[in-house]
Design a protein around this ligand. Sequence first.
Ligand code: PLP
Length: 413
Amino acid sequence: MSAVWHPFTQHGLNEPIPQIVRGDGAALWRADGRRIVDAISSWWVTTHGHNHPRIAAAIAEQAGRLDQIIFAGYTHEPAETLAAGLRAMLPDALTRVFFSDSGSTSVEVALKMALGYWRNGGEDRHRILVLDHGYHGDTIGAMSVGARGVFNRAYAPLLFDVGSIPFPDAGREQATYDALAAAARAGAAAFIVEPLVLGAGGMRMYPAAVLAEMHRICATHGVLFIADEVMTGWGRTGTLTACEQAGVVPDLMCLSKGLTGGAIPLAVTMASEAIYQAHYGPDRATMFFHSSSYTANPVACAAASANLAIWREEPVVARIASLGERQAVRLAAMGTHPRVANARRLGTIAAFELEGDEGYLSDRAPKLMAQFREAGVLLRPLGSTLYVMPPYCIDDTDLDAIYAALGEACDLG
Ligand SMILES: *Cc1c(COP(=O)(O)O)cnc(C)c1O
């Protein structure tokens, strides 16, 4: 019996948990020798491919030099290089880089920075606005600003109250704008949003113009705009960040998942100078009170800098565009299936709903996953939403295998 307790897993159902021993590009190998195509980038993290040689080399090299050092009162070259690299790639107004370890912690940091900004500035603003169906992580604060449901019902008493803004469904955007403007006028501290695609909420997509308008409303009322780019960042939506497509520069930006190319945990919260300055001064009481043991771990920072070098030196954007086009052709073919609804795509993310389904806890998803496992494809439906989000290096043969498995699922599911 294994002692391991897996995440988002009901061990009582005795579903098989294959052991993976090796990765390369878009492929993973099981202990029994079978090859699996990673159609979801190992939960949205792997961008350039598994075991990318440049990232693996950077990790090995740094691990032999300096493994870890307290980051309060000390600094190191990998963190300084990475921070400078991020500043050079991301909007000029995001002048400060705060490190943490995961998407959830980057969100916690952003929320704390937003409240610190208001408190240190002497204004009592603490209400956080969120978009319906949002997801920002599984820690208590991140759950508080995410959608409520079966995932967090047991913890509801611990979650803080937020202002919910309706998702901008096509044709009903005005309701979103009106609710956001009213809540902003009432003096909210910040609005946190996943730009262009709500990932865990079912790959719900909305246009760049809507993101721009939501940002404009927040700016008008001085409400801080937190862009949670944890999933959308690093090319997922076709550009380095999703905000870029809307010309939006947020006050706070959360980045993680693809920050190290998906090789090792790391996150950053990028902040505007105004937010930094609100914590700056001779008074110790206004410093930013946050740290974790491995803040800016040197090995993780070196991996992230290798990712940035790949972005600077290789045709990543062209690679993403090609993957997007190759997905579009296959998605269009899927879209003609009578059970496929709402086929949609943004950048490297393709999604659709399988009709005749009954929500996240229906046993169809596990059945589908078993079927995908047999087909040698790693896919994990979000309730009735099926989606494909592969590493950017995937070839046509593997992409065909994914869509063949999806086609079979639609026929049988
Ligand atoms: C995955 C995700 C998170 C949480 O990241 P973890 O690294 O799993 O803590 C936060 N926000 C968004 C949008 C995500 O997709």
